[in-house]
Write a protein that binds this ligand. Structure first.
Ligand SMILES: [Zn+2]
Length: 237
């Protein structure tokens, strides 16, 4: 069986092997890659984080196993940068926690675009908040960013409730049912929940703005979805 796909997760297994998870727009594939952690392995380049490769896989009784892997796009720059590897851990962890494997292709266009943009040096903080919002959408936890969650009014939004993930208008805001945010931050939040992959490079935000929004998203995720995202801590440094 031959597939083209993007490496999303690499888990060391036994001494020299790895379990590799690859996604493409149709499906996701987990396979055993034997010997790829030996320096002499010909296949090791094809299973590096974020690499897009052509894989020839063998169906065995224990599942899929890698015969040969040929690199299509190495994404060398992002893979050799610290921020790039942070983003790899982040994309990999967040996707694995929020979605079951059969749903991974849903976020493939988003991940592919993020990798392409990281390769060009685009701001990784902006891409991190965009990805977190898109994975919340994909898993049914998307925030209500179109109107006040209490009265449905579209104008006069002033605050965000991080336990329900919804906007609050000035008439409904009582000082304790949400965090008051600047119009600009509210606009950024609306943007990240709506933007499509082809527009990701439309605008990048200040680091401080992204970190604040990351902490709001984290508050919602820890409190409501009840996940802890380890890789988020490193991104927030
Ligand atoms: Zn209201």
């Amino acid at each position: 069986m031959e597939i083209d796909g993007l490496v999303l997760r690499v888990t060391p297994y036994r001494d020299y092997d790895a379990m590799v998870l690859v996604i493409n727009k149709k499906s996701s594939y987990s396979f055993l890659a034997r010997g790829v952690r030996k320096v002499t392995s010909k296949n090791s380049f094809s299973i590096q984080p974020f690499t897009e490769s052509h894989f020839d896989l063998l169906k065995t009784k224990d599942g899929l196993s890698l015969k040969t892997g040929v690199v299509l796009k190495a994404h060398e720059k992002v893979r050799s940068s610290y921020n790039g590897l942070l983003m790899f851990d982040f994309l990999s962890e967040v996707t694995s926690k929020f979605l079951v494997e059969k749903d991974f292709p849903k976020v493939y266009p988003s991940i592919k675009k993020i990798i392409e943009l990281l390769e060009t040096g685009f701001d990784h903080y902006t891409l991190a908040i965009i990805y977190l919002a898109s994975i919340l959408n994909a898993s049914g936890y998307g925030w209500n960013i179109h109107s006040c969650q209490k009265c449905g009014q579209k104008d006069g939004i002033v605050a965000l409730n991080t336990s329900s993930g919804g906007f609050i208008c000035q008439n409904c805001f009582d000082g304790s049912n949400g965090a008051k945010l600047s119009p600009r931050l509210l606009k950024i939040i609306r943007y990240i929940f709506m933007v499509q992959p082809e527009m990701y490079d439309h605008i990048s935000f200040e680091k401080e703005e992204c970190l604040l929004i990351l902490s709001l998203l984290e508050e919602f995720i820890v409190g409501t979805v009840e996940f802890n995202i380890k890789s988020l801590k490193l991104l927030q440094n």
